[in-house]
Design a protein around this ligand. Structure first.
Ligand code: NAD
Ligand code: LMR
Length: 316
């Protein structure tokens, strides 16, 4: 299997490193626009192979998409990260252009690849890549839900003093402060989380999760990369190993949840064809209202992209 990661910055390089270290793909191509950066990081990851013990090949290229040809999966991480005081939406004008031009190159050389978008603002960059690619929505989707649920699961594991492995959770909506964690669908070793933690503590964890990206931006002056890179690699693994994992993924909803034409996180089954199925949960009134708020926010940012004239299909 061949996997390309575009953007050899913090998230892209971490993703490539996890893909190689866990031998998720035998050929990994790292691409960046900055001369030498992808080549250097790919070489560094390859030189770690004899120490850790893996044989995935990692190569790096500067803007040479011919080397990405016939990739099975492409992860797009290229674009600016936010700085303290910024929202993800503030990145839209710069990142839309980057995601558009990268997607054009990706599709030209790997027309059958499944595309995973990571660049922010995530839901709207997924819209940008999907439109530019002209591909089926089940083959162009975004990574955010695995990261957001991982934060939620990590906070819960800490509060309950249990293994994060035993916490199962799902979360919906946009990748922003209006994301919708679903405590009703959260279990700890099969036990509903609501039986193990007081409501005020759970509410505080939900709140901390919603602003989890911002917490890290404040601490580091740029956004996170270890968990995001690993989350994107986990999606690649589900696809290349046809695992049929159930993850929250950002996809264009077309009637699911009564929503049409908006890109939002929802639980899906991920396998060799990309999204194999979008799962429709039964939401209660409160959850529906939260999802509607999130939908409204993402739609506003999609409209802003439309106004910029960026969201055009590749052929337009
Ligand atoms: N979806 C998520 O959950 C999530 C999580 C973390 C970060 N992100 C987003 O991922 C993006 C990358 O974050 P990062 O921390 O890796 O940033 P970074 O600055 O470390 O890396 C970005 C890389 O993209 C490269 N790049 C820019 N334009 C390019 C182009 N046209 N072609 C190829 N490469 C190009 C840059 O040279 C740089 O190396 C940001 O937009 C960030 O907000 C999303
Ligand atoms: O917070 C950010 O800007 C990056 C990313 O979306 C995250 O949640 O870590």
């Amino acid at each position: 299997m061949k996997v390309t990661v575009v953007g050899a910055g913090n998230v892209g390089a971490t993703c490539a490193d996890v893909l190689a270290t866990r031998e998720i793909a035998n050929e990994i191509v790292l691409v960046d626009i900055k001369e030498g950066i992808a080549e250097g990081k790919a070489l560094d990851i390859w030189q770690k192979a004899p120490i850790i013990g893996y044989d995935s090949r990692t190569i790096g290229v500067t803007n040479d998409y011919s080397r990405t040809a016939d990739s099975d999966v492409v992860v797009i991480t290229s674009g600016l990260p936010r700085k303290p005081g910024m929202s993800r939406d503030d990145l839209i004008s710069v990142n839309a252009g980057i995601v558009k031009s990268v997607t054009e190159q990706v599709v030209k050389y790997s027309p059958n690849a499944i595309i995973i978008v990571v660049s922010n603002p995530l839901d709207v960059m997924t819209y940008q890549a999907h439109l530019t690619s002209g591909m089926d929505r089940m083959k162009v989707f975004g990574m955010a839900g695995i990261l957001d649920t991982a934060r939620y699961r990590a906070f819960l594991a800490e509060a309950l003093n249990v293994s994060p492995k035993d916490i199962q959770a799902v979360l919906m909506g946009g990748h922003g402060d209006t994301m919708v964690p679903l405590p009703r669908y959260t279990t700890v070793g099969g036990i509903p989380v609501t039986e193990l933690i007081e409501k005020d503590k759970l509410d505080a964890i939900v709140q901390r999760t919603a602003v989890g990206g911002g917490e890290l931006v404040k601490l580091m002056g740029t956004s996170a990369w270890y968990a995001p890179g690993a989350a994107a690699a986990q999606m690649v693994e589900a696809i290349v190993r046809d695992q049929r994992r159930v993850f929250p993924v950002c996809v264009e909803l077309k009637g699911e949840y009564g929503i049409d034409g908006v890109y939002l996180g929802a639980p899906v089954i991920l396998g060799k064809n990309g999204i194999e199925r979008i799962i429709e949960l039964q939401l209660n009134d409160e959850e529906k209202a939260l999802l509607e708020t999130s939908r409204g926010h993402v739609k506003e940012v999609m409209d802003a992209l439309d106004k910029m004239g960026q969201a055009q299909p590749a052929s337009a």
